[in-house]
Design a protein around this ligand. Structure first.
Ligand SMILES: C[S@@+](CC[C@H](N)C(=O)[O-])C[C@H]1O[C@@H](n2cnc3c(N)ncnc32)[C@H](O)[C@@H]1O
Length: 379
């Protein structure tokens, strides 16, 4: 339904046939994915491989509201199946199924398994994770543990050349842009933090065959690669339960009542755990990462299996040959003025948006939608 087009200005995603609104363009497993470090620390239990939640919607709500007595109506709409859960016999990290454990073990876990050192504060991988957490407080938008997984994949895979060429497919930019991205990910002390992280990685991965990826320039490129391409992955048992209720055949009157319960849960979560964010971790997707941003996107990223399998769905009818755009901004940011949207894109993604809406304005909006005084469309 969609293919990657490569031109001088980079990759883009183009429709190869007419697509209807709400049709799935493609579904894709990530090249690599990883739960956010603070989410692990806050005991969000998710499969180490696919990030499928390991707790039920009710357990999720109990934990996030800090109320062990919370009972969620209609537990049958929570699809967490604990019968298939398993764990690594050496480090006890948990998986939603034997299949996920096998996939993790064959791709990166053989190298990253901490065995009995999982709680050892002197273990280099534990130090690395803790140091990252101190550099990047919630709400998390990235994790360097993706880099740890990439290095482990490189070590375990029989062909480093194959993995190297896969990495080359992702958006690559100039040295200056990489420095700016490192700055964005690591904040003002980024130069010190970059070299601290680089050294920690060298200690955690002393293998001679990985040293070429840990040279300062190569390491910064890896960091920029995840900064530019990583996609947030939304898997939450409460969100899944809420969606299942919305799509259910329950009587409208009961659904309205449940809406009130859901709003109350969000308020309770907000008071105890902060704003509810449906982003469990992030991943690198070969095809989806070719999609450019538009402030009037034609497709949306979804995670219909409530795990790391991404599905790109058309938000409107798309004609064969048209470029497919997604939004890097959330709904709320998208509803803001051009000035705010462009600022968010510059600050978080380091580019000046040249989408149709930014260039020509919204229909009905004056084409001078460029000043600081333009109206917020909502909020
Ligand atoms: C994940 S990549 C998207 C694919 C990219 N075009 C490539 O060549 O691989 C994100 C990068 O694409 C560029 N980009 C995406 N949307 C854009 C837009 N609306 N305006 C300008 N640049 C954009 C920016 O350089 C951004 O950092």
């Amino acid at each position: 339904m969609a293919e990657i087009k490569i031109a001088d200005i980079g990759r883009s995603l183009v429709a190869i046939k007419d697509i209807e609104e709400d049709e799935e363009l493609f579904s894709e497993e990530p090249f690599v994915s990883c739960q956010f470090s603070w989410n692990v620390a806050c005991k969000y239990s998710a499969c180490d491989f696919c990030m499928k939640p390991l707790e039920t919607a009710e357990e999720n709500v109990k934990r996030l509201t800090g109320n062990p007595d919370y009972t969620l109506p209609h537990p049958e709409y929570s699809n967490t199946d604990k019968n298939l859960h398993t764990y690594c016999p050496d480090c006890r990290i948990r998986y939603c199924s034997r299949l996920c454990f096998d996939k993790a073990y064959d791709s990166y876990h053989k190298v990253l398994c901490l065995r009995s050192s999982i709680l050892d504060p002197d273990n280099p991988l534990v130090i690395l994770n803790e140091s990252w957490k101190q550099m990047h407080y919630p709400p998390e938008t990235a994790t360097v543990m993706l880099i740890a997984r990439i290095l482990a994949i490189l070590k375990q895979h029989p062909s480093k050349a194959e993995i190297r060429s896969t990495l080359k497919i992702f958006c690559q930019k100039t040295v200056e842009e990489e420095a700016a991205l490192a700055h964005k990910l690591l904040g003002d002390k980024f130069a010190d933090q970059l070299s601290t992280l680089n050294n920690l990685f060298c200690v955690a991965f002393p293998d001679p065959e990985l040293q070429e990826f840990l040279q300062p320039d190569a390491f910064r490129s890896l960091l920029a690669l995840i900064g530019r391409n990583a996609q947030g992955i939304g898997t939450s048992p409460f969100y899944q339960w809420r969606t299942a209720i919305e799509e259910s055949d329950l009587p409208e009157k009961e659904k309205k009542q449940l809406d009130k319960t859901i709003d109350q849960i969000y308020e309770d979560i907000d008071q105890v755990s902060g704003t509810f964010l449906n982003t469990e971790g992030s991943g690198l997707y070969l095809k989806q990462s070719a999609a450019n941003h538009s402030c009037i996107p034609s497709a949306r990223v979804t995670f219909p299996q409530n795990n790391h399998v991404l599905s790109l769905v058309a938000s409107r009818a798309i004609k064969k040959g048209e470029e497919i755009f997604i939004s890097y901004l959330d709904e709320c940011e998208l509803s803001r003025s051009k000035t705010s949207r462009q600022q968010a894109l510059r600050e978080n993604y380091l580019f000046n948006c040249n989408c149709e809406r930014c260039e020509f304005g919204d229909s009905g909006e004056s084409s001078s939608d460029s000043g600081d005084d333009d109206e917020e469309m909502s909020d």
